[in-house]
Structure formats: C-alpha cells, structure tokens
Write a protein that binds this ligand. Sequence first.
Ligand code: OAD
Length: 251
Amino acid sequence: MFHARLPQQLLASLAARPATVALTGAGISAESGIPTFRDAQTGLWARYRPQQLASPEAFERDPCLVWRWYQWRRRIIAAVEPNAGHRALAEMEKALDSFCVITQNVDGLHRRAGSRNVIHLHGDLWGNRCQRCAALSAHEDNTTMRPPHCARCGGLMRPAVVWFGEPLPASALSAAAERIACAELVLVIGTSGQVYPAAALAEQAIAQGSMVAELNPARTPLSAKVRWRLELRAAEALPRLAAPLRRPSAR
Ligand code: OAD
C-alpha cells in the first residue's frame, strides 16, 4: 500500500515498542550530500565503473588510482554532517529496548549521529586493511595520494570496505541475520535492494512475517511486497516516526 502520509498503523505499531531493525542504504546519506550509487544522474556508478575502482583487481592494477578515489570520497564525507534521518535513528535506539541499525553504508554517519548499535555489512571507510595479511588499522590522513604500507608485513593498505567480488564480513552478516530473525518491525530505508546478500535480509523479514516498511522516494523490487511503502525522503519521514517515541519515560 502506498502512503504519502505516515500510516497510522505503522505509528501505532511503533508505539508498542517492538523489536525494531533499520536496514539502511545510500539514500539515507543522500540528504547529507553524499551521492548514492545507482541514481540515474547523480549516482556514483553513473560516473565511475565499479570494477575500475571498487574491486581487488582494480587495486592490483593501479593501487594509487583506487586509493585516490577513496581519499576523494573520504574528504567529501568528512566535510558533511549526519542529517535528520540519521539523528532520528539514534533517537529510536535510545527509545526502544531492542533496536539496531544494519547498514550497507561505509560513511560512518550513523555513528557520528549517535547510533551505537550499528552493524556494518560493507565495512568501514574509516579503517584500512592490509591487502596481503589482512591486518587492520585506523585511517588517519585523507590527503595522502599513495596507499600506506602495513606496519606488520609491508603490504599495501586499502580501505576496509567490501569490494565487488569479495565476501561480506561473516560476523557482520551472521549478526545481521540474527537481528532480522528476532525483528518484529523492519524499516528498509534508502536502498535500491539490488545488492545481495544485503537485499536478502529484507526478503527474510518479509518471508518470516515481520512488519516491513519501506522509506524511499522511488520504487524498488521490494516495494510490492512490503506492508507499508512511504514514498518520502528519509530525513523527512524518520523524524516524524521517532517523534512520538520521545516521551519522558523513554529517555
Ligand atoms: P543505491 O544507490 O543502489 O540506492 C539508493 C536508494 O536510495 C535508491 O533506491 C533511491 O531511490 C533512494 N534514495 C535516494 N534519496 C533518498 C532519500 N533522501 N531518502 C530515502 N531514500 C532515498 O544504494 P544502495 O542500495 O545502498 O556496495 O547500494 C547498495 C550497495 O551498492 C552499496 O553499499 C555499495 C554499492 O555497490 C558496496 O560498495 C559493496
């Protein structure tokens, strides 16, 4: 069912404080000024070929090119702020006993907005990982034009994100599947639902009978299957969903 306004049933369900999971994608960060991946005009993949920049083969071929592209993205992201959508999810975490964010985003904006219970399915732009020995390190400098060397083995460090052709971190994926298995309500926010296995988590929620609401101005393959479809921007809809939870006893 399509809703331009917030559906009363969804508000009533939230008021009962169900076990809730927010499954987020690039759309939630769009209003912070970060381009999504697949939007026709502005999406990152409309301008850059993923396999040229976000794959182990690309890094092997030209590590400096790949590193510079990620440094460019890091500088853009460091200069923006979390938006009202991110902040509303952080508020929901405080108000609901069982709440977590499962995100495909690597931008760290959920954390900066105050969310603590966040599962990163596609890794974290603010960490690096050795391409040879997998040692992890915090990312420190957004200006260097060459990938640093690993302090342990001397191999090249790369952003600690998931690239095309790579598996998702097993611990994140299993933690996400467990949270979905227990979720009574799932908010699917700002994702085109085209990238698996992340997209399968929303399908799992529908199949097991959880209440699922999709927040996205555009239709996705999930739209026809969800209980509520909110054709609204995340930064517009989420504060309105979180507001009724803001009461003295919830703090
Ligand atoms: P996409 O770029 O595929 O989809 C973004 C979705 O956000 C689209 O459905 C838009 O309609 C929607 N959207 C745009 N603005 C919005 C707003 N203000 N509020 C709500 N929704 C909005 O991004 P993802 O689905 O996140 O993977 O892409 C999944 C993965 O594909 C990414 O994590 C990345 C990419 O390849 C890796 O890098 C591993």
